[in-house]
Design a protein around this ligand. Sequence first.
Ligand code: ZN
Length: 235
Amino acid sequence: MRSRHGRALALTAALLGVLSLAGCGGGSPSASPPGATPTAPSITPASPPATSAAPASPPVTPSGSPSAAPPSPTDRPDPRWRFYTDDKAWHTSPWFEGAHRVMIGYGCNASPWYAHDSRCPGREGFHHGIDVAMPCGTPLLSAVDGVVLDPSSPGAPGAAYGVHPFRIRSGDHDILIGHTVHVLVSPGERVHPGQRIALAGDSGAPDGCHLHFEVRRAGGGLSTAVDPAPFLKLS
Ligand SMILES: [Zn+2]
């Protein structure tokens, strides 16, 4: 009995190992063109000096009252999160529920996930979106009127964005949402501000659950990405 139990435990442990590795598959969007096979990241990336560990918890509102609620449901720190930004504020946005921290901003950064880009100093790579760390399953909302694009239409994002990235066309731009665990809209569907569109996740993201928010010219590829801050409207 004991050995059977032991084998069951070992099996469970092995399964858990496989599952957690599966969750780490792929890589964050890289500077390589869409469709390119992402480089498999190491499970324990080297920590460049700019790294700061995941925060313990959101700050308590400064009202002084011991019962004051934090600005969001507590972000239980994901041990995989690494923050490559000086921005330590908890932000809200019409694109997600709760308040969360930026993990990697748009542009050059010292994170290990992106190939070196000639626009960036040293060995830094270029991030084409904004990553906001948030617990797995955090509801994502649309902040625009738009139409969900067919996944295969021009400018289709590659596997580095996870299993089911999707784009919303709004005016002259496509808003790309990456790493979701669940998408609540379908190609061709019209979306409206305030509508739940997906749940944040870690699909294709070795650095934990987060929203990858990217904005491209309509129908454009990675090279047409622009600073998404005016669209993300963090406050
Ligand atoms: Zn990203």
